[in-house]
Ligand binder design. Sequence first.
Ligand code: SAM
Length: 292
Amino acid sequence: MMKDIATPVRTRAILEKYGFSFKKSLGQNFLIEPNILTRIVDHAEVSEKTGVIEIGPGIGALTEQLARRAKKVVAFEIDQRLLPILKETLSPYDNITVIHQDVLEANLQETIATHFHDCEEIMVVANLPYYVTTPIIMKLLEEKLPLKGIVVMLQKEVADRISANPSTKDYGSLSIAVQYYTEAKTVMTVPKTVFVPQPNVDSAIIRLLVRNEPIVHVEDEKFFFEIVRASFAQRRKTLLNNLVHYLPNGKELKPLIEETLEKIMIDGRRRGESLSIEEFAKVSDALSQVVD
Ligand code: SAM
């Protein structure tokens, strides 16, 4: 078995050889603890039938662990300087494709069709660049890709928000957006010491298993998310006040909104944070009948 990339000694040697300097603006915090990488791959349950999309391979620490167990790995890396390094570090593996592209601009449907037609399942596995965690996760979910799941390292604070329950301080539109599409669970918290350079915040590994169908059926998905966003616009305000202030035409529609909430027996004096996803669906379906 090859020596792991992700040991402090080998990582330092690779970085020195190429004179590589970290770019904070690209969220470059590399993992130097092989045990953590093994845990990530374990939680993703990667096997010889899995096609894996990795975001931000860095110098290939997680990529090689994935390649040892997966059928194929496609890794998107934005930083041109890492390409020659990856070429060398990943040369022992023939099941990895590195694509030099900002993942937010990638056509992932096409990537999947091109690379994973012979895989039985597709997982996204990554140590995410923290400056774009939420846009990346939302892209993966909103594009309705045929994914089994997503297992990623991210800021602990974001993991807490994603897996939060109603009536807690962390519960908000991100919790609802992610739980709508997936079953979300924080599987592990991770100390700063396993990264170089060490990030300023604590980290966690989260596992999102994509549901066959969203957790609730809504008549109009776009409107559902508008309702959710409006309801959390000012956390201290009541549901009714937020809807009136933050829905387009909300002010004119106030009597109609009040009447509709009454009809479905949801008290407008409650705060948005107390509503379950099912209740938001009820509000959204009822209001979509009356609001244009
Ligand atoms: N996977 C490596 C590891 O665990 O050591 C590196 C993880 S590091 C937290 C994030 C990586 O994502 C960096 O290599 C960075 O250059 C890359 N990156 C940042 N923004 C990106 C983007 N928009 N698209 C693709 N890669 C990105």
